[in-house]
Design a protein around this ligand. Structure first.
Ligand code: FE2
Ligand code: FE2
Length: 489
């Protein structure tokens, strides 16, 4: 299943013994096929360096901030306020390289990291982008300095044609969180969408809020982050620490003039346009109205491109649900939800991938709470590890499937179809099993054309709230604050 385009160089790599014995722990895509739904999870990746190593890089994670095929951005941390200049060294994994070569061969490329102070802790954040590499070859890399390097990790190529991505939210630092991360790594998706509430650095733990970030990133480095691309949306728990200061610093996402910190952004992967929204997570940073206008114009343009046959799907990922059946949790801040849903329905968003509610719930195509073939499919995948919740006694009519167990979703995009498999994860054994399957078909040409609509000015969008976006932002901020007070929301 999930056959990928054949790459002769990949076969050559395997034939030449990359998976042979070595101190280097290879990523699972090189070490095994890793595609059985019932297999045990692989061993975690390179463990974080011991705390005693003064300048040891830690907490590595990888994302896209530029071209998804020929670049990767690596972010990492070092302890203390001073550290030797940090670099990212990288190069292709060439046919014939042994595992020892991958670990020890000199690197052909070296870029200096941009270094900033990590908010609220005595540490530094480093970001560097490897780019302009041969997109067909895996990339080996390490970060650090002569006074301490990370282990070498290998990044898989971004495939053209069919691709897979994972989606989950509400991660945390439990045994279940780690089991989910490892299970995703074993599946080897081409990237992962993390729909907010990453580590719960909101003071609800024995550790101080910001140390929670450090601990979580060290786990991510070990479980998943060093060789799997992560694209994140902020949740209400990322709001803690002065309106997302820590989130903005510790994650690397595509930036734009509208969103200089990359809190909301877009990227295209093949025939899919992805839009990542804050959903109001950082409501008081003054960008909420700007983001609403961005959603309107960006999705209008995407609908036009889809009708013209340039793309097939529009996917929006954010933390917050539009509709939910989690017990005791209706849509919070109806005004913002209504504003957003009006835009999503108008321009025919195909998939809304969210978290926040610690349940799994998949809708039929719907609009405004009713089944509608022209609507969007909302998938709430909020069982990433921090906790599981229950459901209201009555499930709403739009719901197709609801589950309360540890899981994640994997979508396979192959031309005109997007098929998805939801994997339950056993916290103790790490074994996965299929708990839901569904398909989102490409819209008919007629439906795609119906979603081509003129862009509305912000004044028109804000008519229902008397144009008072400041009030909307304050109410949304109050929602975020309230949600952080409820345990692990
Ligand atoms: Fe949340
Ligand atoms: Fe949450």
């Amino acid at each position: 299943m999930h056959a990928k385009p054949f790459d002769p160089r990949r076969r050559a790599l395997l034939r030449n013994g990359l998976a042979g014995g070595s101190a280097l722990l290879l990523p699972p895509w090189l070490a095994s096929c890793g595609n059985s739904s019932s297999q045990a999870v692989v061993s975690p990746g390179p463990v974080p360096p011991p705390a005693a190593a003064k300048f040891a890089p830690r907490g590595r994670h990888v994302s896209w901030t530029g071209d998804i095929y020929t670049s990767r951005t690596v972010t990492w941390f070092t302890d203390g306020s001073e550290v030797p200049a940090q670099t990212l060294e990288y190069g292709p994994v060439l046919a014939g390289m042994s595992a020892a070569d991958i670990a020890n061969a000199p690197f052909t490329e070296k870029v200096a990291a941009a270094t900033t102070t990590t908010p609220f802790v005595d540490a530094l954040t480093h970001k560097a982008t490897a780019d302009q590499f041969d997109e067909a070859l895996p990339i080996r890399y390490r970060v650090g300095s002569a006074q301490g390097h990370s282990p070498v990790a290998v990044l898989r190529p971004t495939p053209r044609g069919a691709f897979r991505f994972a989606h989950f939210g509400d991660h945390g630092r439990t045994a279940g969180s780690r089991a989910v991360a490892r299970a995703i790594r074993a599946r080897q998706p081409d990237f992962t969408l993390l729909a907010g509430d990453l580590c719960y650095a909101s003071g609800s733990d024995d550790l101080g809020p910001q140390e929670v970030w450090d601990d979580w990133f060290n786990q991510i480095d070990a479980d998943l982050g060093s060789d799997t691309v992560w694209m994140t949306a902020p949740g209400n728990h990322e709001n803690e620490g002065n309106n997302g200061v820590a989130y903005r610093n510790r994650l690397a996402t595509p930036t734009s003039a509208l969103s200089p910190d990359g809190t909301f952004y877009t990227f295209d992967y093949g025939n899919v346009h992805f839009v990542i929204s804050t959903g109001g997570a950082f409501a008081t940073d003054g960008t909420l109205a700007q983001e609403i206008a961005f959603l309107e114009t960006d999705l209008a343009a995407a609908a036009l491109r889809r009708a013209a046959g340039q793309i097939d799907f529009i996917v929006v990922c954010q933390h917050f649900t539009i509709w939910t059946d989690q017990e005791g949790r209706g849509p919070a801040n109806l005004t913002l939800v209504a504003l957003q849903e009006g835009i999503f329905v108008r321009y025919g968003v195909d998939l809304l991938a969210v978290g926040h509610d610690h349940i799994y719930q998949r809708s039929a195509p719907m609009a405004f709470g009713l089944r509608n073939p022209l609507g969007y499919v909302q998938v709430t995948s909020g069982c990433g590890g921090v906790g599981i919740r229950g459901f209201e006694p009555t499930i709403q009519g739009w719901s197709e499937k609801h589950l309360a167990q540890l899981l994640f979703v994997e979508y396979t995009v192959n031309g005109a179809s997007m098929t998805a498999t939801t994997y339950g994860v056993d916290e103790t054994t790490g074994l996965t099993s299929v708990v839901d399957e569904f398909t989102i078909a490409r819209r008919s040409s007629l439906a795609a054309h119906l979603a081509v609509q003129p862009v509305r000015e912000l004044a028109l969008l804000g008519k229902a709230i008397d144009g008072d976006f400041d009030r909307l932002a304050k109410r949304t901020a109050a929602r975020n604050h309230r949600l952080c007070k409820t345990h692990h929301a």
